[in-house]
Design a protein around this ligand. Structure first.
Ligand code: URA
Length: 211
């Protein structure tokens, strides 16, 4: 899967909203709403091959078998804290999907990832696990999260981000060649502080107004 590991979801609606998110003129309330909306859009691609089960229902005209995503099929994982911005849109669309949280602190000097919180459903092994973090920068947090989830039993994983840097894609591809990355955009590179260029700044700070 090495060559095709990243898929850019090139949809005009996503590009439009990403442009607004990138602008420094976009303030916290709008940033939060837009991130939630792109979470919904990315969820469509993240679940494009979700398992379906026919369930008997009755329309106003006649009985039929209607497709449903089974409640035990998926698990979302938010990498705290910015992951919650995308997650909110995903659970708007799929409110029955359980959510795992991984708190990973990024050291601002070394850019190393350190886990400070982990909680996940017990049956990860049987679910399709969809990990969300808006920014795939160095890839350290993504790789640490994927390592942890695999150690906890996860076998089918997908990583969803809004903006990816080539460095982060390379790190995830090398450590986890089985994990498909779905992104809204692939940006140019990282700066000396491991921020993505042109990027959108610090997603967590902009989401929660802590700049
Ligand atoms: N995390 C962010 O929030 N933004 C970046 O550009 C890189 C990592």
């Amino acid at each position: 899967m090495q060559a095709s590991q990243i898929k850019i979801m090139d949809h005009p609606l996503l590009r439009h909203k990403l442009g607004l998110l990138r602008s420094e003129a976009t303030q916290t309330a709008d940033f939060r709403r837009l991130l939630r909306e792109v979470g919904m859009i990315l969820a469509c691609e993240a679940t494009r091959d979700a398992p379906m089960q026919p369930r008997p229902i009755v329309t106003p005209l006649e009985p039929m078998e209607a497709d449903r995503i089974p409640a035990d099929a998926l698990c979302f994982v938010s990498i705290l804290r910015a992951g919650n911005g995308l997650l909110d849109g995903m659970i708007d669309l799929l409110p029955f999907v359980p959510v795992a949280h991984i708190g990973i602190h990024r050291d601002h000097q070394t850019h190393e990832a350190r886990e400070y919180f982990y909680q996940a459903p017990a049956d990860l092994a049987s679910r399709r696990v969809i990990v969300v973090d808006p920014m795939l920068a160095t890839g350290n947090s993504a790789v640490a999260a994927l390592d942890r989830l695999k150690a906890d039993g996860a076998r089918s994983l997908r990583f969803i981000c809004l903006v990816a840097a080539p460095e982060g894609v390379a790190a995830v591809t090398s450590a986890h060649p089985d994990v498909e990355i779905i992104a809204g955009a692939l940006d140019r590179c990282l700066d000396e502080n491991a921020y993505i260029l042109p990027g959108l700044g610090d997603a967590g700070d902009r989401l929660y107004g802590t700049e």
